[in-house]
Design a protein around this ligand. Structure first.
Ligand code: ADP
Ligand code: MG
Length: 619
């Protein structure tokens, strides 16, 4: 009997491959857009007719192809992107199979025009059902234009299988959006039947999301950010109150490639646990950057699923990061205290060295409460999430000076340093009963420490205390408002009101309560408990001034600017006399801060003089 096995002719093999690569017009859109991106285009135009059934045309300003490459690009397994099997494990491009153009050309009429920067003339190639119909030299701009007409013209079964234009267009828009979200720096335009559907300028990721999903989206987004050895996570999650029934606002990108990952999706849903009503879906736009060697993209022909080396760590990190952001932006009820404390530092001082480490202080101590109030502390609710710590903590660092019965004696400049009792006690190991502070020139607080003395700038110290306190209020959502008996009204310019509206949410997090906002007035029914009504006008004006008409892009820096501004205007001034209790409270609170050494504006808060330093001056 004769042998019956035959090699399939190329065009048949291509058609079979096409069955896998090209399921519908949207698949062609995806392949062509990705090729344009791989060609380093900065502008890409997608023109579609009848939901891609009659025309899919992609024009890019990328690096184009030489005449030979243009012809080769339609061969199966012809690719410029990998050369050896090892390259598969270090992919920096979207494509690598060299199948797309060959597949598309097997089942459609394709016209390619392309030119490289270095050559004056370009190439035009026409292919129909894998057959070269025309090839010529033409004048054309640098870049590539590929028009795919009459898709599935030679596979009627496939063509008939296509859904309505509305459905197929939806698929095309989905692909377009995925590419657009993954590459916000690339200008992208989409026309359908002559109508412009999207015109997306090059922008940052947040702006791109807003341009695609509409202006209202901006307020829904909570930024997320984490940088570790195995992954860099960035992007946004939607606030829980904006969750939707559908899952169409859920995007993962790995090295700028859209992927689907039920496993990582689960990590996000876990982070939202307890925050969403049943069946509601969180929105997310998450960008993961990993070393290409640690992922395997090769496991699925249409490449939306990938395999990670260290999926478990990724899961944990993603969940923690999202949870943390939700907490930081006042959305989750409490912070996740199990995580690394460094990750909780809500501002960028975590790498700086603190000069006085391991200081523990009674955080519930209120600097400006009088003696009686200290027990029934007004500020206490704000700290309920924090463990109460022993007051002796930082004081044990301080020298064992004997307490005078009248502590106020130290407010006077005539302190008797030479007194026998004082000098001798400097060298005893007795536990201190009280740390002594004393105010110098209504500007500095001088306090004793084990190694000598510390001199603290009172204004800067208080700025730091307020800054951290306000940030913490926002983070753990425990801002304390004082309800005003009569709401107060302020008049501002239209642009100032616009500015206030933009930061309204952050202000509310701090404890401001707006009862009315018109075009030129605001009415407040509540204010943060540590602000007095009389300071209000100045504080708000100062804040508007600090924004200088410019609101930082991300919610986090917005909050940061706001909190700095408030800390600046609320902090006690140089020249204010402080009672001994106030001095001690301020010192206590300063050293309870995460970053007691520098003010929110990066100024030195205190200096120390050691006994050695002093000794040197007494020779
Ligand atoms: P792959 O993208 O997997 O390499 P394709 O079939 O999509 O395979 O493309 C084949 C080759 O054609 C690519 O490797 C690339 O060299 C070239 N090519 C395709 N599209 C473009 C384009 N828009 N600009 C420049 N070169 C392109
Ligand atoms: Mg490709």
């Amino acid at each position: 009997m004769a042998d019956i096995i035959r090699l399939l002719p190329d065009h048949v093999a291509n058609q079979i491959a096409a069955g896998e690569v090209v399921q519908r017009p949207a698949s062609v859109v995806k392949e062509l857009l990705e090729n344009a991106i791989d060609a380093k285009a900065t502008e890409i135009k997608l023109i579609v007719k009848e939901a891609g059934k009659t025309l899919i045309h992609v024009i890019d300003n990328g690096f184009g192809m030489s005449e030979t490459d243009a012809r080769l690009s339609f061969e199966r397994h012809a690719t410029s992107k990998i050369q050896a099997a090892e390259d598969l494990f270090n992919l920096h491009t979207k494509g690598f199979r060299g199948e797309a153009l060959a597949s598309i050309a097997a089942i459609a009429h394709v016209e390619l025009q392309t030119k490289k920067e270095a050559t004056e003339l370009g190439t035009r190639i026409k292919i129909e059902g894998s057959k070269l119909v025309a090839q010529e030299v033409i004048a054309t701009p640098t870049g590539t234009s590929i028009a795919v007409k009459n898709l599935f013209y030679n596979i009627p079964a496939r063509r008939n299988f296509l859904k309505s234009d509305a459905v197929e267009l939806r698929h095309i828009i989905d692909e377009f959006q995925r590419v657009a979200l993954a590459h916000s720096n690339i200008k992208l335009v989409l026309y359908h039947n002559g109508n412009e559907l999207f015109n997306l300028p090059s922008s940052n990721e947040r702006q791109r999301i807003v341009n695609i999903l509409g202006g209202k989206t901006n307020e829904k987004l909570v930024p997320i950010e984490e940088d570790t050895d195995i992954v860099k996570i960035s992007g946004f999650v939607g606030k829980p109150e904006f969750a939707k029934k559908s899952r169409n606002e859920q995007f993962f990108f790995v090295n700028n490639r859209f992927i689907k990952s039920p496993y990582l999706h689960h990590a996000i849903t876990a982070a939202f646990e307890g925050l969403l009503k049943e069946k509601m879906q969180p929105s997310y736009f998450i960008y993961l950057e990993v070393n290409p060697e640690t992922i395997d993209i090769n496991i699925h022909p249409t490449k939306t699923e990938i395999k990670f080396d260290d999926e478990h760590s990724l899961y944990a990190m993603l969940r923690a990061t999202v949870k943390h952001s939700l907490g930081q932006f006042n959305i989750a009820p409490v912070l996740d205290f199990d995580r690394d404390a460094n990750l909780d530092t809500p501002y960028d001082y975590k790498n700086k060295q603190a000069a006085v480490p391991n200081i523990q202080v009674d955080r519930s101590f209120n600097p400006f409460a009088d003696e009686k109030k200290i027990t029934g502390n007004t500020a206490a609710p704000r700290y309920t999430n924090y463990k109460k710590e022993a007051t002796e903590g930082w004081e044990s660092l301080y020298v064992g000076l004997e307490s005078k019965s009248n502590a106020n004696a130290f407010s006077s400049v005539n302190i008797e340093f030479e007194s026998e009792e004082m000098t001798s006690s400097l060298f005893t190991n007795e536990e201190p009963r009280e740390t002594l502070t004393y105010q110098l020139h209504r500007k500095y607080l001088v306090s004793s420490i084990k190694s000598g003395i510390v001199i603290i700038d009172q204004h800067r110290a208080h700025q730091r205390v307020l800054y951290e306190q306000l940030l913490r209020n926002i983070t753990v959502s425990e801002a304390v408002s004082q309800q005003l008996l009569f709401p107060v009204k302020f008049t501002f310019s239209i642009s100032e009101i616009a500015l206030l509206k933009e930061v309204k949410e952050s202000l509310e997090n701090i404890g401001f309560m707006f009862s009315d906002i018109t075009d030129d007035t605001i009415e407040l029914s509540g204010i943060p408990s540590n602000i007095s009504e009389s300071e209000l006008q100045i504080i708000i004006e100062q804040m508007l001034n600090d924004f200088q008409g410019e609101i930082p892009d991300t919610g986090f820096s917005q909050t940061d600017v706001l909190v700095k501004s408030l800390a600046k205007s609320m902090a006690i001034r140089t020249g204010k006399k402080l009672e001994i209790e106030e001095q001690q409270a301020l010192v206590n609170n300063l050293f309870a801060c995460k970053e007691p050494t520098i003010s929110p504006f990066n100024r030195t808060i205190f200096i120390t003089l050691s006994v050695d330093d002093l000794d040197k001056k007494f020779i």
